[in-house]
Design a protein around this ligand. Structure first.
Ligand SMILES: [Fe+2]
Ligand SMILES: [Fe+2]
Length: 165
């Protein structure tokens, strides 16, 4: 791998993290009553997304939708089969309750993502009717279509779920 490829990968990871970090900071600034600072954080976050996408494109990371679905399945599968189980075991061994919870929620939801991606890959058709997805704001549980009751991972009521535009 060339030095430039390494650099782009590091920059892509860094800019991606900066985006999520700034969005978390914006939420806090809003809660603390600083709407202008919240807006600044959200603005920089939007710019970091542009940078991250530029770096990812320069890496050739975006291919056809078929290839992209396969890459997404591979990533989710790695998280479910290998990454999260070993991280959860470490958190358990170290008695890190907060981390354990956070990792477990992600582990449960990545299983759903893998299944949704696999289904999408097997049913690729431009005429597929568009159905809304809903995301739990607490654990990230992802549901296709409207539903009633509570989310299965963290028990958040369905009406609190966020519809993806
Ligand atoms: Fe996922
Ligand atoms: Fe949830």
């Amino acid at each position: 791998m060339s030095k430039t490829t390494d650099n782009l990968q590091a920059a892509f990871a860094g800019e991606s993290q900066a985006n999520r970090k700034y969005l978390a900071f914006a939420k806090k600034a809003d809660q603390e009553g600083y709407p202008q600072i919240a807006k600044l954080f959200r603005t920089a976050a939007a710019a970091e997304t542009v940078h991250a996408h530029n770096h990812f494109n320069a890496l050739g990371g975006v291919k056809s939708t078929t290839e992209n679905l396969k890459a997404a399945i591979e990533g989710e599968n790695y998280e479910v089969v290998s990454m999260y189980p070993s991280m959860i075991a470490d958190a358990e061994a170290e008695g890190e309750k907060k981390a354990n919870n956070s990792l477990r929620w992600a582990f449960e939801v990545e299983k759903v993502h893998e299944a949704l991606y696999r289904y999408a890959l097997e049913h690729m058709d431009p005429n597929t009717p568009v159905v809304d997805f809903y995301v739990c704001p607490i654990c990230g549980y992802t549901h296709q279509g409207k539903f009633e009751g509570k989310g299965p991972v963290c028990n958040t009521p369905a009406e609190k779920f966020v519809k993806v535009e």
